[in-house]
Design a protein around this ligand. Structure first.
Ligand code: GRF
Length: 192
């Protein structure tokens, strides 16, 4: 089968990246990871990907000062050079400029740890607990200019349980993230 080449952008531990790597290693999964790119040299996921034989690259945003677009032009160039046709953001902790969003319109997915439109931005688990939410979860969406605002492709729900802390809730959501991202990517590619 033809596998669609994808780039995965990370900033940290990369557990969603690992879930995508595992899915992509299956012969019948319609994607292959051709690049894992981080904006942070200390992202643990870079080493994990490297050990699995996946091409990795760090383009440290700190080298670009406040010039977000120039950083993103470098990211864009690297992704294009890798041959990737889709970008999966997986814990990529940067707010993107409209320029990059435009380059990859309808071809860039993000995973967000809440049931959007509830709780965009950071600290979603704390926010869900504070709001007294009975349900929480995660969302895969297309990336558009507004942060965490793009069209929703899929969501997974978990209950908020008595005595939950942000950590216990995050762990319950993360388990779902690891299933939802590969499943949604597969469906997205198959319906392209
Ligand atoms: C995940 O909760 C993801 O939803 C959010 O950032 C976290 C990244 O975790 N965007 P990991 O690096 O994939 O483990």
């Amino acid at each position: 089968m033809k596998k669609t080449p994808i780039a995965v952008l990370i900033s940290g531990r990369g557990s969603n990246m690992i879930a995508l790597m595992e899915a992509c290693s299956q012969p019948d999964f319609p994607a292959e990871i051709v690049l894992v790119l981080s904006n942070r040299p200390d992202a643990a996921g870079l080493e994990t990907a490297k050990q699995a034989g996946i091409p990795t690259l760090c383009i440290d945003h700190k080298n670009f000062g406040k010039d977000r677009e120039t950083h993103e032009r470098a990211v864009d160039e690297a992704v294009r050079a890798s041959g990737a046709e889709l970008i999966c953001l997986a814990g990529y902790m940067r707010v993107l400029t409209p320029w990059l969003v435009q380059q990859w319109a309808n071809r860039m997915l993000n995973i967000h740890p809440s049931l959007l439109p509830a709780f965009p931005g950071l600290h979603t688990h704390e926010a869900a607990l504070k709001a007294g939410a009975k349900e929480h979860g995660c969302t895969i969406h297309l990336v558009t200019d507004g942060v965490d605002e793009g069209p929703i492709l899929a969501q997974a729900r978990v209950p908020v349980l008595e005595g939950d802390t942000a950590d216990t809730l995050a762990a319950r959501v993360l388990e779902q993230e690891h299933k939802l991202y590969p499943a949604t990517l597969k469906h997205f590619i198959e319906t392209l």
